[in-house]
Design a protein around this ligand. Structure first.
Ligand code: THU
Length: 141
């Protein structure tokens, strides 16, 4: 994990617990699939998000993007790590492609991502989840 001496390493297990709690707020009457995300900001704040569905299904927003957009909306753009919880699945469910791209807008390739279902937890990085980001240079300009 990428770490700087002036801050503690992110406690990914605690972050995952917060993501699990965030999933309880899920609005998912169509899929019945709750997702929670907890985003640790460099100022120490943890911003949570959940999936919010709509009867026009395509308008649904994922938990990860809810958390990122909420953080940016409150003036935070520097992030330490993200945890994602899918308590309605046994296996760990990885973030969707759209969320991978949105996360990658704000972080480097070593950014830690943990995601877990009831029976499986995977610890990885955004670089592993979203390699060969051809628009990265454009985004950082
Ligand atoms: N979902 C997320 O919140 N994050 C993901 O990365 C994948 C999918 C949500 C969208 C929808 O409400 C439900 O999970 C089923 O796809």
């Amino acid at each position: 994990m990428n770490n700087r001496e002036d801050r503690p390493m992110a406690d990914m297990s605690k972050l995952l617990e917060q993501a699990r709690r965030a999933a309880d707020a899920s609005y998912s009457p169509y899929s019945h699939f709750r997702v929670g995300a907890a985003l640790l900001c460099k100022d120490g704040t943890i911003i949570t998000g959940t999936n919010v569905e709509n009867r026009s299904y395509g308008l649904t927003i994922c938990a990860e993007r809810s958390a990122i957009f909420s953080a940016v909306s409150t003036g935070r753009k520097d992030f330490e790590a993200i945890a994602i919880s899918t308590p309605d699945s046994g296996p760990a469910v990885a973030p969707c492609g759209a969320c991978r791209q949105v996360i990658s807008e704000f972080v480097g390739e070593d950014f830690p991502v943990v995601f877990a279902g009831r029976e499986q937890r995977l610890d990885t990085t955004i670089g592993d989840l979203y390699p060969y980001d051809s628009l990265q240079d454009l985004g950082r300009r």
